[in-house]
Design a protein around this ligand. Structure first.
Ligand SMILES: C[S@@+](CC[C@H](N)C(=O)[O-])C[C@H]1O[C@@H](n2cnc3c(N)ncnc32)[C@H](O)[C@@H]1O
Length: 288
Protein backbone atom coordinates (compact mmCIF):
# COMPACT_ATOMS: atom_id res chain seq x y z
CA UNK A 1 0.00 0.00 0.00
CA UNK A 2 1.23 3.53 -0.52
CA UNK A 3 3.98 4.23 1.97
CA UNK A 4 5.44 7.48 3.18
CA UNK A 5 7.92 7.68 0.30
CA UNK A 6 5.19 7.09 -2.29
CA UNK A 7 3.24 9.98 -0.79
CA UNK A 8 6.25 12.26 -0.97
CA UNK A 9 6.97 11.18 -4.57
CA UNK A 10 3.32 11.78 -5.53
CA UNK A 11 3.40 15.21 -3.90
CA UNK A 12 6.52 16.11 -5.87
CA UNK A 13 5.94 14.40 -9.22
CA UNK A 14 2.15 14.14 -9.35
CA UNK A 15 0.16 10.94 -10.00
CA UNK A 16 2.01 7.99 -11.54
CA UNK A 17 1.32 7.38 -15.23
CA UNK A 18 -0.39 4.21 -16.45
CA UNK A 19 -1.06 2.46 -19.73
CA UNK A 20 -4.33 0.53 -20.03
CA UNK A 21 -3.85 -0.42 -23.70
CA UNK A 22 -2.18 -3.78 -23.06
CA UNK A 23 -4.18 -5.37 -20.27
CA UNK A 24 -3.83 -9.13 -20.69
CA UNK A 25 -5.76 -10.52 -17.71
CA UNK A 26 -9.52 -10.94 -18.31
CA UNK A 27 -10.42 -10.63 -14.62
CA UNK A 28 -8.44 -7.41 -14.39
CA UNK A 29 -10.05 -6.06 -17.56
CA UNK A 30 -13.60 -6.81 -16.35
CA UNK A 31 -13.00 -4.94 -13.09
CA UNK A 32 -10.89 -2.11 -14.48
CA UNK A 33 -13.49 -1.27 -17.13
CA UNK A 34 -16.92 -2.91 -16.80
CA UNK A 35 -17.41 -2.85 -13.01
CA UNK A 36 -15.81 0.56 -12.64
CA UNK A 37 -17.87 2.13 -15.42
CA UNK A 38 -21.02 0.87 -13.77
CA UNK A 39 -20.03 2.10 -10.31
CA UNK A 40 -19.17 5.47 -11.82
CA UNK A 41 -22.40 5.56 -13.77
CA UNK A 42 -24.43 5.05 -10.59
CA UNK A 43 -22.41 7.11 -8.11
CA UNK A 44 -20.68 9.70 -10.26
CA UNK A 45 -23.87 11.60 -11.08
CA UNK A 46 -24.72 12.07 -7.40
CA UNK A 47 -21.29 12.51 -5.84
CA UNK A 48 -18.30 14.55 -6.92
CA UNK A 49 -15.78 11.72 -6.88
CA UNK A 50 -12.77 14.03 -6.84
CA UNK A 51 -14.01 15.52 -3.54
CA UNK A 52 -15.71 12.52 -1.96
CA UNK A 53 -14.33 10.20 0.66
CA UNK A 54 -15.30 6.66 -0.37
CA UNK A 55 -15.33 3.25 1.24
CA UNK A 56 -15.49 -0.04 -0.65
CA UNK A 57 -17.03 -2.82 1.45
CA UNK A 58 -15.65 -6.16 0.19
CA UNK A 59 -12.99 -4.57 -2.02
CA UNK A 60 -11.30 -7.86 -2.97
CA UNK A 61 -8.13 -7.11 -4.92
CA UNK A 62 -9.00 -3.40 -5.17
CA UNK A 63 -8.82 -3.23 -8.98
CA UNK A 64 -12.05 -1.25 -9.32
CA UNK A 65 -10.96 1.18 -6.58
CA UNK A 66 -7.74 1.80 -8.45
CA UNK A 67 -9.66 2.25 -11.70
CA UNK A 68 -12.08 4.69 -10.10
CA UNK A 69 -9.08 6.79 -9.15
CA UNK A 70 -7.07 6.46 -12.36
CA UNK A 71 -9.97 6.69 -14.80
CA UNK A 72 -12.53 8.82 -12.98
CA UNK A 73 -10.49 11.05 -10.72
CA UNK A 74 -11.58 9.70 -7.33
CA UNK A 75 -9.06 10.85 -4.75
CA UNK A 76 -9.77 8.98 -1.53
CA UNK A 77 -10.91 5.36 -1.36
CA UNK A 78 -10.60 3.01 1.59
CA UNK A 79 -11.07 -0.65 0.71
CA UNK A 80 -12.27 -3.06 3.40
CA UNK A 81 -12.27 -6.82 3.24
CA UNK A 82 -12.00 -9.93 5.39
CA UNK A 83 -9.28 -11.23 3.04
CA UNK A 84 -6.08 -9.59 1.90
CA UNK A 85 -6.24 -9.89 -1.85
CA UNK A 86 -5.59 -6.16 -2.08
CA UNK A 87 -1.98 -6.80 -1.05
CA UNK A 88 -1.43 -8.09 -4.58
CA UNK A 89 -2.56 -4.84 -6.17
CA UNK A 90 0.84 -3.10 -6.50
CA UNK A 91 2.23 -6.10 -8.40
CA UNK A 92 -0.91 -6.60 -10.48
CA UNK A 93 -1.03 -2.89 -11.39
CA UNK A 94 2.62 -2.97 -12.42
CA UNK A 95 1.98 -6.00 -14.65
CA UNK A 96 -1.25 -4.85 -16.23
CA UNK A 97 -0.87 -1.06 -16.32
CA UNK A 98 2.86 -0.42 -15.91
CA UNK A 99 1.84 1.64 -12.90
CA UNK A 100 4.87 2.15 -10.68
CA UNK A 101 3.04 3.20 -7.49
CA UNK A 102 -0.53 3.25 -6.25
CA UNK A 103 -2.27 6.59 -5.67
CA UNK A 104 -1.57 7.76 -2.13
CA UNK A 105 -5.28 8.21 -1.42
CA UNK A 106 -5.94 4.49 -1.90
CA UNK A 107 -5.84 2.64 1.41
CA UNK A 108 -6.96 -0.79 2.56
CA UNK A 109 -7.91 -2.53 5.76
CA UNK A 110 -8.51 -6.13 6.78
CA UNK A 111 -11.41 -6.71 9.17
CA UNK A 112 -12.97 -9.66 10.93
CA UNK A 113 -16.41 -10.57 9.56
CA UNK A 114 -18.98 -8.13 11.01
CA UNK A 115 -16.36 -6.01 12.73
CA UNK A 116 -18.00 -2.60 13.38
CA UNK A 117 -16.71 0.21 11.17
CA UNK A 118 -18.82 3.17 12.30
CA UNK A 119 -16.97 5.54 14.61
CA UNK A 120 -13.72 4.78 12.81
CA UNK A 121 -14.99 5.75 9.34
CA UNK A 122 -17.10 8.70 8.21
CA UNK A 123 -17.52 8.86 4.44
CA UNK A 124 -19.58 10.43 1.64
CA UNK A 125 -20.10 7.26 -0.33
CA UNK A 126 -19.88 3.48 0.00
CA UNK A 127 -19.80 0.88 -2.74
CA UNK A 128 -20.06 -2.87 -2.57
CA UNK A 129 -19.67 -5.06 -5.64
CA UNK A 130 -20.55 -8.76 -5.62
CA UNK A 131 -20.03 -8.99 -1.88
CA UNK A 132 -23.34 -8.92 -0.02
CA UNK A 133 -24.33 -12.40 -1.21
CA UNK A 134 -21.31 -13.69 0.74
CA UNK A 135 -22.20 -12.06 4.06
CA UNK A 136 -23.69 -14.42 6.62
CA UNK A 137 -27.48 -13.92 6.44
CA UNK A 138 -27.99 -12.89 10.07
CA UNK A 139 -25.18 -10.36 9.69
CA UNK A 140 -26.63 -8.54 6.68
CA UNK A 141 -28.87 -6.23 8.74
CA UNK A 142 -26.25 -5.38 11.43
CA UNK A 143 -23.66 -4.69 8.70
CA UNK A 144 -26.13 -2.53 6.77
CA UNK A 145 -26.85 -0.52 9.93
CA UNK A 146 -23.15 -0.16 10.60
CA UNK A 147 -22.50 1.05 7.03
CA UNK A 148 -25.37 3.53 7.37
CA UNK A 149 -23.61 4.90 10.44
CA UNK A 150 -20.39 5.28 8.45
CA UNK A 151 -22.13 7.68 6.05
CA UNK A 152 -22.66 11.38 6.54
CA UNK A 153 -26.32 12.41 6.34
CA UNK A 154 -27.28 12.37 2.66
CA UNK A 155 -24.37 10.03 1.86
CA UNK A 156 -24.81 7.31 -0.77
CA UNK A 157 -24.37 3.56 -0.88
CA UNK A 158 -24.11 1.77 -4.24
CA UNK A 159 -24.75 -1.94 -3.83
CA UNK A 160 -24.56 -4.60 -6.54
CA UNK A 161 -25.06 -8.36 -6.46
CA UNK A 162 -24.61 -10.59 -9.50
CA UNK A 163 -25.40 -13.42 -9.86
CA UNK A 164 -28.29 -13.69 -7.40
CA UNK A 165 -28.58 -17.16 -5.88
CA UNK A 166 -31.76 -18.43 -7.56
CA UNK A 167 -30.73 -17.30 -11.04
CA UNK A 168 -29.14 -19.57 -13.65
CA UNK A 169 -25.53 -19.04 -12.50
CA UNK A 170 -26.37 -18.13 -8.90
CA UNK A 171 -24.12 -20.84 -7.45
CA UNK A 172 -21.00 -19.01 -8.74
CA UNK A 173 -19.88 -22.42 -10.04
CA UNK A 174 -20.15 -21.87 -13.79
CA UNK A 175 -16.39 -22.06 -14.24
CA UNK A 176 -16.76 -25.78 -13.39
CA UNK A 177 -20.35 -26.70 -14.29
CA UNK A 178 -21.77 -24.93 -17.31
CA UNK A 179 -25.38 -25.99 -16.70
CA UNK A 180 -27.91 -23.26 -15.81
CA UNK A 181 -29.69 -23.64 -12.44
CA UNK A 182 -27.72 -26.84 -11.76
CA UNK A 183 -27.44 -26.00 -8.05
CA UNK A 184 -31.23 -26.11 -7.72
CA UNK A 185 -31.49 -29.40 -9.62
CA UNK A 186 -28.88 -31.74 -8.14
CA UNK A 187 -27.60 -32.41 -4.62
CA UNK A 188 -24.64 -30.70 -3.01
CA UNK A 189 -22.69 -34.00 -3.09
CA UNK A 190 -23.26 -34.32 -6.83
CA UNK A 191 -22.18 -30.73 -7.37
CA UNK A 192 -18.94 -31.36 -5.51
CA UNK A 193 -18.30 -34.60 -7.45
CA UNK A 194 -18.71 -32.75 -10.74
CA UNK A 195 -16.37 -29.99 -9.64
CA UNK A 196 -13.76 -32.50 -8.52
CA UNK A 197 -14.01 -34.34 -11.82
CA UNK A 198 -13.59 -31.15 -13.90
CA UNK A 199 -10.33 -31.12 -15.83
CA UNK A 200 -11.03 -28.52 -18.53
CA UNK A 201 -9.84 -24.97 -19.00
CA UNK A 202 -11.24 -22.21 -16.78
CA UNK A 203 -12.87 -19.06 -18.17
CA UNK A 204 -10.19 -16.57 -17.18
CA UNK A 205 -12.78 -13.79 -16.83
CA UNK A 206 -14.08 -15.68 -13.79
CA UNK A 207 -10.75 -16.59 -12.24
CA UNK A 208 -9.57 -14.14 -9.61
CA UNK A 209 -5.99 -13.62 -8.46
CA UNK A 210 -6.56 -16.04 -5.57
CA UNK A 211 -6.17 -18.94 -8.00
CA UNK A 212 -2.37 -18.69 -7.91
CA UNK A 213 -2.37 -19.13 -4.12
CA UNK A 214 -4.76 -22.07 -4.04
CA UNK A 215 -3.65 -24.16 -7.01
CA UNK A 216 -6.04 -26.29 -9.09
CA UNK A 217 -7.55 -28.45 -6.30
CA UNK A 218 -7.37 -25.81 -3.60
CA UNK A 219 -9.25 -23.38 -5.84
CA UNK A 220 -11.98 -25.98 -6.36
CA UNK A 221 -12.35 -26.33 -2.59
CA UNK A 222 -12.35 -22.57 -2.11
CA UNK A 223 -14.99 -21.94 -4.78
CA UNK A 224 -17.21 -24.73 -3.47
CA UNK A 225 -16.98 -23.44 0.10
CA UNK A 226 -17.93 -19.98 -1.15
CA UNK A 227 -20.97 -21.58 -2.78
CA UNK A 228 -21.95 -23.32 0.47
CA UNK A 229 -21.81 -20.03 2.37
CA UNK A 230 -23.92 -17.95 -0.04
CA UNK A 231 -26.74 -16.32 1.91
CA UNK A 232 -29.31 -16.91 -0.87
CA UNK A 233 -30.83 -13.44 -0.56
CA UNK A 234 -33.31 -12.41 -3.23
CA UNK A 235 -33.37 -8.84 -4.55
CA UNK A 236 -36.55 -8.02 -2.65
CA UNK A 237 -35.17 -9.44 0.60
CA UNK A 238 -32.05 -7.33 0.19
CA UNK A 239 -34.08 -4.17 -0.49
CA UNK A 240 -36.29 -4.84 2.56
CA UNK A 241 -33.22 -5.27 4.79
CA UNK A 242 -31.63 -2.06 3.50
CA UNK A 243 -34.85 -0.16 4.19
CA UNK A 244 -35.06 -1.70 7.66
CA UNK A 245 -31.49 -0.55 8.29
CA UNK A 246 -32.61 3.03 7.58
CA UNK A 247 -31.61 3.59 3.95
CA UNK A 248 -33.80 5.32 1.37
CA UNK A 249 -33.81 3.72 -2.06
CA UNK A 250 -32.80 6.36 -4.62
CA UNK A 251 -32.66 4.01 -7.58
CA UNK A 252 -33.05 0.27 -8.11
CA UNK A 253 -32.60 -1.93 -11.12
CA UNK A 254 -33.34 -5.64 -11.32
CA UNK A 255 -31.79 -7.29 -14.35
CA UNK A 256 -33.31 -10.47 -15.73
CA UNK A 257 -31.90 -13.18 -17.98
CA UNK A 258 -33.89 -14.30 -21.00
CA UNK A 259 -33.09 -18.02 -20.57
CA UNK A 260 -36.10 -20.20 -19.84
CA UNK A 261 -35.85 -21.89 -16.40
CA UNK A 262 -36.46 -25.67 -16.28
CA UNK A 263 -40.17 -26.49 -15.96
CA UNK A 264 -39.47 -28.46 -12.77
CA UNK A 265 -38.12 -25.33 -11.05
CA UNK A 266 -41.04 -23.19 -12.16
CA UNK A 267 -43.28 -25.37 -10.01
CA UNK A 268 -41.06 -24.62 -6.97
CA UNK A 269 -39.97 -20.99 -7.36
CA UNK A 270 -41.50 -17.84 -8.90
CA UNK A 271 -40.23 -17.16 -12.45
CA UNK A 272 -39.24 -13.65 -11.31
CA UNK A 273 -36.79 -15.07 -8.76
CA UNK A 274 -35.35 -17.66 -11.16
CA UNK A 275 -34.64 -15.11 -13.89
CA UNK A 276 -33.51 -12.15 -11.76
CA UNK A 277 -29.72 -12.43 -11.91
CA UNK A 278 -28.65 -8.96 -10.81
CA UNK A 279 -29.68 -6.22 -8.42
CA UNK A 280 -28.23 -2.71 -8.57
CA UNK A 281 -29.17 -0.31 -5.79
CA UNK A 282 -28.39 3.28 -5.00
CA UNK A 283 -29.26 3.93 -1.36
CA UNK A 284 -29.12 7.12 0.63
CA UNK A 285 -28.76 7.87 4.30
CA UNK A 286 -31.60 10.30 5.01
CA UNK A 287 -30.43 13.87 5.56
CA UNK A 288 -30.53 14.74 9.26
C1 LIG B 1 -16.75 -12.08 -4.97
S1 LIG B 1 -15.64 -11.17 -4.04
C2 LIG B 1 -15.80 -9.56 -4.74
C3 LIG B 1 -14.60 -8.71 -4.47
C4 LIG B 1 -14.59 -7.38 -5.22
N1 LIG B 1 -15.68 -6.53 -4.82
C5 LIG B 1 -14.59 -7.64 -6.70
O1 LIG B 1 -15.52 -7.21 -7.38
O2 LIG B 1 -13.65 -8.29 -7.17
C6 LIG B 1 -16.45 -10.98 -2.47
C7 LIG B 1 -15.59 -10.27 -1.46
O3 LIG B 1 -16.33 -10.03 -0.28
C8 LIG B 1 -15.47 -10.23 0.81
N2 LIG B 1 -16.31 -10.45 1.99
C9 LIG B 1 -17.11 -11.50 2.25
N3 LIG B 1 -17.72 -11.35 3.44
C10 LIG B 1 -17.30 -10.15 3.94
C11 LIG B 1 -17.57 -9.43 5.15
N4 LIG B 1 -18.38 -9.91 6.08
N5 LIG B 1 -16.97 -8.24 5.33
C12 LIG B 1 -16.13 -7.74 4.38
N6 LIG B 1 -15.84 -8.39 3.23
C13 LIG B 1 -16.41 -9.58 3.01
C14 LIG B 1 -14.64 -11.43 0.38
O4 LIG B 1 -13.47 -11.59 1.11
C15 LIG B 1 -14.38 -11.10 -1.08
O5 LIG B 1 -13.21 -10.33 -1.27
Amino acid sequence: MPNFFDRVIEAVRGPASFDDSQISNEWFKAHFFYATDLIHDWMGKELNLSQAKLLNFGCGDGISDLALMLRYGAKRIHGIDVRQEYKKLPTIAKEQLKLQRLPSGLTFETIKPSQPLAGKHQVDGIMSWSTFEHVQRDQVLPIAKDLLNCLRPGGLFFLQIEPLYYSAWGAHLRRYIDVPWVHLLISEDELWQRIQAYEGELDMGEVDYGFDDFGVDGYKRFVFKEYQHLNRLTADELIAIMREAGFEVVREQKNHMQDEPPAQLLTQYPREILTNNEILLLLRKPAA
